[in-house]
Design a protein around this ligand. Structure first.
Ligand code: ARG
Length: 577
């Protein structure tokens, strides 16, 4: 159980024993750094007010009713009636020993695993991934890693855009230009072909007819079209998998379940929705009016699910997909990572799927929206010519920049070390910079900041880690068998241990809201506290052996927490920097 929960439970019990309502919220909060206490009971004043009791008198009563006495050293009531708590060092020593001796750092593992589908990355086929795919890919991956670590069954869903009119375009163009060995085409050529085909489609009626025909044939699973389609899909997948590998993102080929895989469900779904009187037919269109959505003129908006020409839409596929996730995969929670432009779309399909009874009542459908990546002039981050910046270009640049920085810092690194470390540092910095920002907001892309060794950055934390590892190595102790206990002598040691004990609640918070910046901030604070500990406390040259052992144990635990924390963010650590 996390430190926060432990304290909350003890105080809640005392509150209830002092006649507070059963559902009262003690509102336990960490005291701010300039205060002398460790925690405070923020909820107490409002509970007292509701109960019509003077907060001071009530707080006294609550303190008297605390049955468990060993966890605090001091409990005070300040003027307003607020209770402040100073944790007991011996209690913390025991708690941290448990964390130290447990292979999973005493982080709870659920006994009731939930099935959670996480829809992330999900790029469209025949296009190179660009900066717009970064956030979905790496933030979604953190949630997947965190939930899996907590013991849940995570289904990674790479819902690639591999169906629809864009294939009609490509097929028509490839056939027209007699390009019949499309297997050999690289993705950037395919991307260019797509642009050209699209232009032609808009300008040339004859060509647009052909496109429609090929799209139709593909939807009917015509074998000739399917063969070309499959090749195009494979070219893209191969390319994307390389990017995921570079990014250290845990999406594999088996996690791909693209739009095309739901194609057989679409017609029956449209029929079902009509039969259930959720959808109506109008001029050959099948559509759904949702009173929840109004257009600019205040009229109820319609969601088209089947067009006159018999083709289906992005929404139809997503309704089918959600049904599949709930009914076949038996998801308890479905989380989507797409930017805010798809907010309305996802709301609509969720409402429709609910109305149709495809989503059981207790299933949570969440849309984790994220902001945009901006350039320094606060405009969307694009190339000088106004195109999207390719993700691969960004990754290569990150590695190049980190090589330069490593060479400046540590000129005696071997070429092999440089080649191993540069991607870890460069791409780690790029990922961390993004993950450290609250996903709800836009952020400004800045190479200098992300690669800085100061502040809330990956290099700062990776460097802190290498320093700790070097201390531990110098101690010559056998990490797997350190005999001796942890003693908390100085205030900074206590502060560090409290921070280590907060690792569990940090992970839980990330798992609830899918906000990795909470973990980044935690790791940054932990590394900073460690740095103060290192400056204030003698570690390797402690006069007393038991203090030496205790401090090495604390250091080792800090290193383990940093490594695990970064691992949950999909960022690697290194031993040398
Ligand atoms: N392929 C879409 C795009 O690039 C994102 C898909 C998100 N997932 C979903 N189930 N709609 O915008």
């Amino acid at each position: 159980m996390s430190l926060y929960l432990k304290i909350s439970k003890i105080i809640k019990k005392a509150l209830i024993d002092s006649s507070a309502p059963l559902d009262c919220n003690p509102g336990i909060k960490k005291s701010s750094s300039h205060q002398t206490s460790d925690y405070q009971v923020n909820g107490i004043i409002s509970i007292a007010k509701k109960m019509n009791i003077d907060p001071h008198i009530f707080s006294k009563k609550v303190i008297k009713n605390i049955k468990k006495k060993d966890f605090y050293e001091k409990i005070n009531i300040i003027e307003s009636g607020l209770i402040t708590i100073n944790l007991n060092k011996h209690w913390l020593e025991k708690e941290i020993e448990v964390m130290f001796s447990c292979s999973r750092l005493n982080i709870y593992k659920t006994t009731k695993p939930k099935t959670i589908v996480i829809d992330y990355s999900s790029p469209n086929i025949a296009k190179e991934m660009h900066v717009g795919h970064l956030r979905s890919t790496i933030i979604g991956d953190v949630l997947a890693r965190v939930l899996e670590f907590l013991g849940h069954k995570v289904i990674r869903a790479n819902h690639i855009g591999d169906w629809g009119v864009q294939f009609g375009l490509l097929i028509a163009y490839l056939i027209e230009k007699k390009i019949n060995n499309e297997k050999k085409i690289s993705l950037n050529i395919l991307d260019l072909i797509y642009q050209k085909a699209k232009k032609k489609y808009e300008e040339n009626k004859n060509f647009s007819k052909k496109v429609k025909n090929y799209t139709f044939l593909l939807q009917k699973k015509d074998s000739f079209c399917m063969k070309i389609w499959k090749n195009i899909v494979n070219i893209t997948i191969k390319y994307n998998q390389k990017i995921y590998k570079k990014l250290n993102v845990s999406l594999h080929q088996k996690d791909i379940k693209g739009e095309s895989e739901y194609s057989d469900m679409l017609d029956p779904i449209v029929k079902d929705l009509i039969q259930k009187k959720i959808a109506i037919k109008n001029n050959g269109l099948s559509l759904i009016y949702l009173k929840e959505f109004k257009n600019r003129n205040g009229e109820t908006m319609g969601v088209v699910i089947k067009k006159q020409d018999g083709s289906f839409l992005y929404s139809t596929i997503d309704i089918a997909c959600l049904k599949y996730r709930c009914q076949v995969l038996k998801a308890d929670r479905v989380v989507y990572y797409t930017d805010s432009r798809q907010e309305q779309h996802l709301k609509q399909i969720t409402i429709i799927a609910k109305k149709a009874g495809y989503i059981p009542k207790n299933v949570l459908v969440e849309h984790h929206i994220f902001g945009m990546v901006l350039s320094k002039n606060k405009q969307p981050f694009k190339t000088r010519t106004g195109n999207n910046i390719k993700l691969l270009t960004l990754l290569d640049k990150a590695v190049k920049k980190s090589i330069k920085i490593i060479k400046e810092k540590n000129s005696n690194m071997s070429q092999t070390e440089l080649e191993t470390y540069a991607p870890i540092i460069g791409i780690g910095a790029l990922k961390y910079f993004d993950l450290s920002k609250n996903r709800s907001n836009n952020y400004v892309f800045d190479w200098d900041q992300m690669l800085s060794f100061e502040g809330n950055t990956a290099p700062y934390i990776q460097y802190a880690y290498t320093r700790i590892i070097s201390i531990i190595e110098k101690s010559k102790l056998d990490n797997s068998n350190i005999l001796g206990e942890i003693y908390l002598k100085k205030e900074i040691e206590k502060k560090l241990v409290i921070k280590l004990l907060e690792f569990e609640e940090t992970i839980i918070n990330v798992s609830k809201y899918g906000k990795p910046h909470v973990m980044c901030l935690y790791l940054y604070e932990l590394s900073s506290i460690f740095s103060s500990f290192y400056e204030t406390c003698t570690i390797l040259f402690s006069k007393k052996r038991k203090i030496f052992i205790s401090r090495i144990k604390i250091s080792l635990l800090t290193a383990k927490v940093i490594k695990k924390g970064l691992n949950l963010l999909g960022i690697k650590t290194i031993k040398k920097m």
